[in-house]
Design a protein around this ligand. Structure first.
Ligand code: FES
Length: 107
């Protein structure tokens, strides 16, 4: 199954917003952090909450279920209860399109 997909247009995801997409069967959360696009796993490592229903505070995603926090740029857990990081995926812009490769998580 191909895991590289165009998920949206740049203009569809303004700075400070995030949206969930399914890319090659994986749930991916795309975040526009100050004009820079980041892609991480869309489900919280702690209890599988859908992180698109949470919030963005500074450079962190806040889980809607137990308020765990993850750094958007690295995926690292920055606030408990989660300890493990979110997977990160390659994201890039081609023209007006935002593409995500959910084939292999970045280290
Ligand atoms: Fe996200 Fe518990 S499900 S912190």
């Amino acid at each position: 199954m191909p895991r590289v997909e165009t998920v949206c247009k740049v203009k569809d995801l303004p700075p400070g917003s995030m949206q969930r997409f399914e890319v090659g069967g994986r749930a991916v959360l795309l975040i526009n952090l100050g004009g820079e696009m980041h892609a991480v796993g869309a489900e919280c490592i702690h209890g599988n909450a859908s992180l698109d229903e949470g919030g963005i505070e500074g450079g962190e995603i806040v889980c809607p279920l137990h308020m765990g926090r993850f750094a958007i740029k690295t995926g690292k857990a920055t606030g408990r209860p989660p300890i493990l990081p979110l997977p990160r995926y390659k994201v890039w812009i081609r023209g007006e399109d935002v593409l995500v490769d959910a084939g292999e998580a970045l280290l």
